[in-house]
Design a protein around this ligand. Sequence first.
Ligand SMILES: [Zn+2]
Length: 207
Amino acid sequence: MRVLAISDIIVETLYSPAVREIARDAEMVISCGDLPSAYLEYIVTMLDKPLYYVMGNHGARGGAREQPEGCVNLDERVVNHNGLLLAGLEGSMRYNDAPRYQYTERAMRLKIFRLARKLWLNRLRYGRYLDVLVAHSPPFGIHDGADSAHRGFKTFLNFIDRYHPDYLLHGHIHLYDNRATRQAVRGHTLIVNVYGYKLLELAAQAR
Ligand SMILES: [Zn+2]
C-alpha cells in the first residue's frame, strides 16, 4: 500500500497542486507531527484520502487551530486501514517546563500501557499487534540526538521488541544533509525518519 508520509517541515511542492502528482498512487497520508493544521488540511483536501497523524512536541505549529479538520488523531489509538494496522504515540521527550506533548519515559510507558489493550485486541482479531507505529520521537539510540529535547525513548525499544511492528515512522530529528541516515532496522522493524516527506510502500503482513 502506497503511503505519503510527512513530518516537521512544510515541503512547498506538497503545499501546491503538484501534491496530486507526487502522491497520485498514495492510499493514505501519515503525519509524524510538528506541522501546521492548515498544511495537513490542504493535503487531505487535495488528495481526498484519509490522513492519520500524531502531534509533535510543538503541537500544531503556527496554526490557530490545534486539531486539523478532516484528519484522524492516532495518539493511543489503533486503526485498521484496509488491513494495515496503525497505532500512534505523540510527542517528544520532556525537556522543559512547557510539557504539553512532552513526556518522561515513565509517562510514555503509561501511554503505551493504555495503548496495549487495543494492541492485544488486534492480536486476537488479526493475529498480530500492529503493522505501523506512527510516532513523533525516534527510539533511544536510533536517529536521536544527544540533547534532552532530541533524545529518543528507551520505552520505544521495548515496544519494538514486544509488539514487533513492521514499521516505526517518526520525525522530530531534522536532517540537513540528503545523505543523512533515515532508516534503521531493529529485529523485524524498519525505523524511518520521515522528516520532510517520504513515499513508502507499506505491506500488511499476517504473521
Ligand atoms: Zn519535534
